[in-house]
Design a protein around this ligand. Structure first.
Ligand SMILES: [Zn+2]
Length: 388
């Protein structure tokens, strides 16, 4: 198809610019909601492509949105660009470069597009849930399907990302001199430690694929004072949001039991969570076909593939969506969030993969707009698989 050829040609022509931009973002890592440098580069590049860019989309300072094409269905291509405290150890600079390149490819065939392309800059994937805020504030309203691609150490057209449930527990006891009058105190630390032990006892009874991990953020302030206040965070993960929430409720029961046993009181705050990713197979298989034609076999991820969580999961609950992963390192040579992955995200291999993935995404987006039966199949599948 001529449009496919033109898209790929335009992306190849755009390569130097995309690589330079991705490298710049890599060199200036910014944490969630602080991605001003990256947003500046991306909105400038989008404007240079002739797009009208809406800054601060969805009320988020570091989000943006641009749309082009003709009346008709719309496909969104999402960019992430936030980093972690150890730099771009999740390779989001490559996600941004791939999304921008895909948009450049689609812009080159804008006059033939039987629909619209939405380029959405989505900040704060790492713990901030930027996409959840964008959904709530209407930045994806009127969009029919969405996609992005994430670097890892494997080539998959799907990703079995888990749902999450964030929980903060605060225990309140009674302070007292730890030697002179401990009988006058009740230890908020004892309650917290008992909670961790009860959670560990619960693990055996969790369904396969579930995870529960916690940290102590306040364990008391002086060794000679019975801790009056302690605090911890738990993150439960599961294959569905419903089960992640259920694990969260069980953690609260563990905490309440510990509080009762220690004569303390516990307060809990649910600090949000991501939904599991529903991989739209109609879209994923089309992406995989394009990827294979470009020389990279991209299969469905096996169910037991080690995985994390993403706010793209929330997007996949409101419209058909894909989140393929592309390999920028070999298995065992570094993966997401590891220090070794930082260099992979700024490597020749990484940039080659970024350009290839941009082509596969752009051609998939084009097909969704140009072939009504493909979009119809994606929507039908979405309706059948969405969770009530
Ligand atoms: Zn990531």
């Amino acid at each position: 198809m001529d449009a496919h050829r033109e898209i790929c040609r335009a992306i190849d022509n755009y390569r130097d610019k995309a690589v330079a931009l991705s490298h710049e973002i890599h060199e200036h890592p910014e944490l969630k909601f602080q991605e001003h440098f990256a947003t500046g580069l991306l909105t400038k590049a989008a404007a240079e492509l002739g797009l009208e860019v809406e800054r601060e989309a969805g009320g988020l300072k570091t989000a943006f949105r641009a749309e082009f094409g003709a009346r008709g269905p719309a496909v969104a291509i999402l960019a992430e660009y936030d980093a972690l405290p150890n730099g771009h150890s999740c390779g989001h600079n490559l996600i941004a470069g791939a999304a921008l390149s895909a948009v450049a490819g689609l812009k080159s065939v804008a006059s033939q597009l039987p629909g619209r392309v939405v380029f959405l800059g989505a900040p704060a994937e790492e713990g901030g849930g930027g996409k959840i805020i964008l959904i709530e504030n209407g930045a994806l309203r009127g969009v029919d399907a969405a996609m992005m691609a994430h670097p890892t150490d494997a080539e998959f057209c799907t990703m079995p990302a888990l749902a999450t449930h964030h929980l903060k527990l605060t225990f309140h006891g009674r302070g007292a001199h730890a030697a002179m009058a401990p009988w006058n105190g009740s230890s908020a630390l004892a309650a917290l430690i008992q909670t961790f032990q009860s959670v560990d006892a619960m693990r055996l009874h969790l369904r396969d694929g579930s995870r529960i991990h916690g940290i102590i953020t306040d364990g008391g302030h002086a060794v000679n004072i019975i801790p009056e206040r302690t605090e911890c965070l738990f993150l439960a993960r599961a294959r569905t949001s419903r089960y992640a929430n259920e694990i969260g409720a069980r953690v609260i029961r563990c905490a309440e039991g510990a509080a009762m046993a220690t004569g303390t009181r516990v307060e809990h705050v649910v600090e949000g969570g991501y939904k599991n990713l529903i991989n739209n197979l109609s879209m994923a298989h089309r992406y995989a076909a394009h990827s294979e034609a470009l020389g990279a076999k991209s299969v469905e991820a096996p169910a037991d593939t080690p995985t994390g969580s993403t706010d793209m999961g929330d997007v996949s609950h409101v419209m058909p969506a894909i989140h393929p992963s592309f390999a920028i390192s070999r298995h065992g040579e570094g993966n997401c969030h590891e220090d070794a992955f930082v260099a992979r995200a700024d490597s020749e291999r990484g940039y080659n993969a970024m350009i290839r993935v941009a082509k596969a995404m752009a051609m998939t987006a084009y097909d969704l707009l140009a072939q009504p039966e493909l979009l119809a199949a994606a929507k039908k599948e979405f309706e059948a698989r969405r969770e009530s």
